[in-house]
Ligand binder design. Sequence first.
Ligand SMILES: [Zn+2]
Length: 428
Amino acid sequence: MRNAYVMTMDPRLGDIPGGSVHIRNGVIAAVGKDLKVGGATVIDGRNTIVMPGLIDTHWHMWTSYLKSMAGDKAEDGYFPLTTRYGQAMQPIDMYRGTRLAAAEAINAGITTVGDNCHNIRSHAYAVEDLRAIWESGLRCRWSYGPYRGMPADKRIDLGDLEGFHRYWSKYSSDGLISLGFMWTPVPTGAAERVKIAREEFETCRRLSIPMCAHWASKENTAPGEITALAEGKFLGKDLLLIHMLAASPAEMKMVAAGGSPISVSPGSELRIGYGSSKAAAFLDAGVNVSVSVDTVPLTGNANLFGVLKLLRNAENAKAYDELKMGARRALEMATINGARALGLENKVGSLTPGKRADVIAVRTDHLTMGVFTDPAHMLVEATEEADVDTVMVDGRLLKHHGSLTSLNVPQVMADAALTLADVGKRIQ
Ligand SMILES: [Zn+2]
């Protein structure tokens, strides 16, 4: 890529106006102004900002065929809706829903997804979900989860999880996809639930499977969930905590000391009424904060730039301060912080030579982007999916000149519509 405004997100390299990125065998070989590279295929970077691919750290990808469907009546709210549809799905529906999400991710410049697969009704459901991701070419932390409507006293199939772990090379797409676990039970309350939670947790620690957990999600809920995690010695770099809006200042310090990263998804959190982001306070407390799409039945789309805009604006509003959160601080959350949250900081998250080539180019000559002013501000405030011109994962082009190259978009959309109709019929 030549003659682009290169935003490396690496503090030692900074921004390089009129810069180039040299990619060789899936690796960033060099970044700089006048790179002399013979024989390379040249992608013209004029009128683009080239930056690291965006990193989403929490997304229930299978739900994407239910886009914008969370309704206005209690029975049609997000949880009853996804449970009703989730229970009536066949394995092929997981594939179609997740493939739609993968297409949206690539279109939006997301190169790594944190798929929280929470409708694993049997082994086949998991395999179909994974198939959609490996066909798409995305990088992914794929987290094995429960299924919609799973009773609270039921155990997740840890034998199936161990099976995936043992034979993971079959599913990893040459290392692009890594295995994680979506930890669900709260290790407080009824003794049986505490036992199940511990069993799941200890299995993952034994197998070195990183975990994620939706935690202290709603701002006005009873405090104490995070304290319970700290006291139970559950916190750690391998436990990514999602939402965390109920955190008190003291609990934020506990999370920082325990080393757990967090994932915030203001697009869904605001929409579902969980409250307002605490990202800035967590960052100030020294916690690694990343961002996520979560679920398009609530967010409507997968524009992670738009999520950053919501996040920053909400933080500034709460602080009554135009300057509370800078655009670059927001961009870090969707790049290097996301990489750290998924343990991928040595591979992706910045355009640092030696890292894998997960790179995107955003057009700055579209009407939506207007005149070229401050690139970080433009990315956070103005960028839409259609402005993402080029998307590369591991050196492979997945979107170029504004079109997806690894997926047939009309087919993906038609199949997702078919699933919506099929599952709908099974519910009636
Ligand atoms: Zn979620």
